[in-house]
Write a protein that binds this ligand. Structure first.
Ligand code: NZQ
Ligand code: ZN
Length: 390
């Protein structure tokens, strides 16, 4: 392993059917006023809201409601949340929901007492909050599996007016202090969201896997997680309430993007960059923006990282190597990925998300291009990949 890195993760996890029991004692460490952030109402329908509010009451907290966090949270909602936090002298932010709600809570935590435009500074300019800046602590109760937001510093905000969807990876000060992970809380997810989350996990794993040529323990960990994910998702799509499968998927999602696997790696992230550009144009579900472009992207970059793609084929998908060239093995791996995607039922074409030929320039304009994978794309290649995905 040749890269340098520092590793530390401050988030305490509580996992399993009884995980919510830990909420009351976790809350004790923070001040009396809690901003309760949640989405469009799923937590009211499935009873999670009542359980969380009961724990907040038992902990003696004053609750400031902050509902209506939309999927792909917007900059306008972020500004509203920061105002709510300031005006109510909030001490702690509790996010109950999926990646959107948790990402939003992190944005509010840095924006609330920031004397400037948080979107401009933290997201567009990618600056870090100043040393000593007042950042409100965040906790999470996870209800949708996929993003890994429960144990990382990521926060993705969308500005529809500017046609931009930008992720900022904040440092430990912004990462959740704790996260409650009960796999049963995810049972009420609509199937579309459930499988979008499954693909998001796979994409996080692949983004970190397909870079570097050195022998790195992170890649072996990654392969184990990919194999667990493929196995458990095959069960979950036929038996959505199989606790064993759903719990393994939840645990895999957290490890897929909680700062461990990137250690010593350059990391690719181009599927996410193209997916986010599509998200900014269409507001489509995150995981589906990734599935729609992944096959065209990986088939395009495969020749530049053939050896790693062949390893992926053999270890993750069990592709037999006898009588095949390295290229044929590598290509069979992507074919196996495609078959699994069809099996779990993700969106296979960007046109299904509303992407049209007329949008290609706008998508390319808002795609941030990194040079950290096996091949640095040009703008024309981005257009070509999205066109092939239509
Ligand atoms: O809003 P409600 O009513 O709660 O409904 C949500 C929402 O419509 C629903 N839902 C969540 N839990 C449910 C449920 N419905 C029924 N039962 C439950 N238990 O699911 C819908 C989607 O939720 P959302 O939070 O938007 O999904 P996800 O977790 O996929 O988050 C997506 C956002 O996270 C960002 C994405 O870009 C996107 O903005 N990401 C964050 C990352 C990070 N923090 O590191 C990395 C990811 O790559 C990703 O970019
Ligand atoms: Zn993602």
């Amino acid at each position: 392993m040749l890269g340098n890195f520092s590793y530390s993760n401050p988030t305490r996890l509580h996992f399993g059917k009884d995980a919510l029991d830990a909420l009351k004692s976790e809350l004790a460490a923070f001040g009396p006023v809690v901003q309760l952030c949640y989405g469009g109402g799923s937590i009211k329908r499935n009873g999670i809201y009542d359980k969380v509010v009961a724990a907040l009451a038992e902990a003696g907290k004053t609750v400031v409601e902050d509902a209506g966090v939309m999927p792909n949270p917007t900059v306008d909602k972020l500004r509203e949340g920061a105002r709510i936090a300031r005006e109510n002298n909030v001490d702690f932010i509790l996010a109950v929901g999926g990646g959107s709600t948790i990402d939003y809570a992190k944005g509010v935590s840095v924006a609330a007492h920031f004397d400037g435009d948080a979107w401009e500074t933290f997201y567009k300019q990618q600056q870090a909050p100043a040393p000593g800046a007042r950042i409100l602590p965040v906790g999470a109760v996870l209800t949708m599996v996929g993003t890994g937001s429960e144990m990382n510093g990521g926060s993705v905000i969308t500005n529809h007016e500017e046609g931009l969807k930008i992720g900022k990876v904040f440092d430990e000060r912004v990462m959740p202090r704790f996260a409650i992970l009960n796999p049963e809380f995810t049972y009420t997810l609509p199937r579309y969201q459930m499988v979008a989350g499954f693909f998001d996990i796979m994409s996080h794993l692949m983004e970190q896997y397909f870079s570097n040529d050195d022998d790195n323990t992170s890649d072996y960990l990654n392969e184990g997680l990919m194999r667990s994910l493929v196995s458990a998702t095959r069960i979950a799509v036929t038996e959505p309430e199989n606790y064993e499968a759903r719990s393994n998927i939840m645990w895999t999602a957290t490890w897929a993007l909680n700062t461990l696997l990137k250690c010593g790696k350059r990391q690719d992230w181009m599927v996410h960059m193209i997916g986010q550009a599509i998200g900014a144009q269409t507001n489509a579900t995150h995981g589906m923006t990734l599935s729609a472009v992944s096959l065209a992207y990986y088939r395009h970059v495969l020749p530049y990282g053939e050896r790693k793609f062949a390893r992926f084929a053999e270890i993750v998908w069990g592709v037999r190597t006898e009588g095949k060239t390295q290229r044929e093995v590598a290509e069979a791996g992507i074919d196996a990925l495609e078959a699994w995607m069809k099996e779990i039922g993700v969106v296979m074409r960007a046109s299904e998300l509303g992407v049209t030929e007329a949008m290609l320039d706008a998508v390319a304009d808002s795609t941030i291009i990194f040079d950290s994978g096996y091949h640095q794309l040009t703008r024309e290649e981005v257009i070509d990949i999205v066109r092939k995905s239509l």
